[in-house]
Design a protein around this ligand. Structure first.
Ligand code: GAP
Length: 417
């Protein structure tokens, strides 16, 4: 990850994801979609617009409620969030900060659609993906034959004009979310809330975060968002302390009712079995892609000793690692290249693969360990004769020989896909 616009000194807590970072970021999102959409028959995926009309955010309550208390220091002119203040000194002087009274600072980014600025042209960059699911509730009901309990999921960018972004990619103004709005009969809300807290916690464990680096923390009443009747955060033990990865919230019927009232459209479900018409309650597991990626990286980082040499190894889950396999011809000699390239072509039909022909083989193994590649395939001179290659495992550094004919099925069995 690089500071965005690094050649100009970086841009305001924004980050660009490079050749490895972008692959891993995508893998985090794919892993979420896999477990939340692909492996369930009760959740569908949507992809809604980022730019939104003021009416959406008026109805959702974001225009009036989505703000942080902002205070200014009258001495050093810096700005802080009132809820994050402690006794502060002004930089480069002995003076203490003197704060103004707090004022509400709306976190939504505002821009203009079309060439004319003004009242009617104001649009907002979404501060959460969630509203896309609520405003499409009726569309999805009509076209998908879903009935509660069912969910609408979305992965995408959100924007918040955070007063104090920081801790690298933990809090930025532009970030990605993975959110599910799960619509349930009102009487089942508490049950599903418990279900999603447990299910989401297990997802982080399944993808390699040790349970002792995770905890679930229930919000106190005064911490709750304007729409929530109860929220629990799944937190990760970052180097700077516990930080939120995901919030699981009971949004009740707040959003559907608000949008029904403002749009004058019916946003409810008619249950033909019971002849009952009702507005579903919503349970929402809402995770941040970027900080989840940071947590996976931190949990995977390890140092050990191999053949009396220290090594750095990222013990990433194979589905999260930027590359699943690296193909390494033992030598750059022309004789090995065609076979090595052929093996790369074959494996890369199914897996994201790296190809590295530079430097000594030991150095190349270390490089792959450091970026978390779980398997290397080494093509050597014997491969030309015995039509076999060596698979080397990242975690154990064990090696075994496999026939090229069965290489794809071998990986299918060790990776499980
Ligand atoms: N729809 C509910 C919602 O947006 P949230 O707790 O405000 O709830 C959900 O956001 C998740 O999005 C958070 O748990 C966090 O992982 C991520 N997130 C929120 N603000 C963020 C920011 N400024 N930078 C990075 N991630 C952020």
């Amino acid at each position: 990850m690089y500071p965005s616009g690094e050649i100009y000194g970086g841009f305001r807590s924004s980050y660009d994801y490079g050749p490895l970072g972008s692959l891993m970021l995508r893998n985090v999102k794919d892993a979420w979609i896999r477990s939340m959409v692909q492996q369930r028959d009760d959740v569908v995926l949507i992809d809604a617009a980022i730019l939104g009309a003021p009416q959406v955010f008026e109805a959702s309550g974001h225009l009036s409620n989505f703000s942080d208390p902002l205070v200014d220091c009258t001495v050093c002119k810096r700005r802080f969030r009132e809820d994050q203040l402690d006794d502060r000194d002004c930089p480069e002087s002995k003076a203490k900060c003197v704060f103004t009274a707090a004022r509400a600072f709306n976190l939504m980014f505002q821009t203009h659609a079309g060439p004319v600025e003004g009242e009617g042209a104001t649009v907002y960059l979404r501060p959460e993906t969630a509203q896309g699911m609520f405003v499409n509730f009726a569309n999805v009901l009509q076209t998908s034959r879903m009935k509660p309990p069912f969910g609408i999921a979305q992965v995408g960018k959100s924007f918040r004009n955070e007063i104090t972004p920081g801790n690298f990619i933990f809090r930025t103004r532009e970030f990605e979310q993975m959110e599910l709005e799960f619509f349930v009969p009102p009487s089942e809300s508490a049950k599903w809330y418990e279900y999603w807290c447990k299910t989401r916690m297990q997802w982080y464990i399944d993808y390699g975060i040790p349970a002792e680096m995770l905890r679930i923390r229930e919000h106190a009443k005064d911490e709750l968002s304007h729409y929530s009747a109860g929220t629990s955060d799944i937190e990760f033990l970052f180097p700077w302390g516990w930080g939120e990865l995901e919030g699981v919230a009971q949004r009740t019927d707040y959003d559907l009712k608000q949008h029904a009232e403002h749009s004058r459209q019916k946003l409810e479900y008619f249950d033909q079995a019971t002849n009952e018409r009702y507005v579903p309650f919503v349970v929402e597991p809402a995770a941040g892609v970027n900080r989840t990626m940071a947590a996976f990286l931190l949990a995977a980082y390890d140092e050990d000793v191999v053949n009396d040499e220290p090594r750095t190894v990222l013990r990433l889950h194979p589905r999260l690692a930027p590359f699943q396999i690296a193909v390494l011809p033992l030598s750059k000699k022309e004789t090995l290249m065609p076979l090595a390239k052929q093996i790369y072509s074959m494996l890369s039909t199914r897996y994201m693969c790296d190809f590295d022909e530079t430097q000594a083989i030991g150095r190349r193994y270390r490089r792959q360990d450091e970026i978390g590649t779980p398997y290397c395939v080494t093509v050597d001179f014997d491969s030309l004769e015995d039509k076999s290659v060596t698979i080397r495992e990242r975690d154990t550094t064990n090696q075994h020989r496999v026939s090229i004919d069965t290489l794809l099925s071998e990986f299918q069995s060790i990776l499980g896909y």
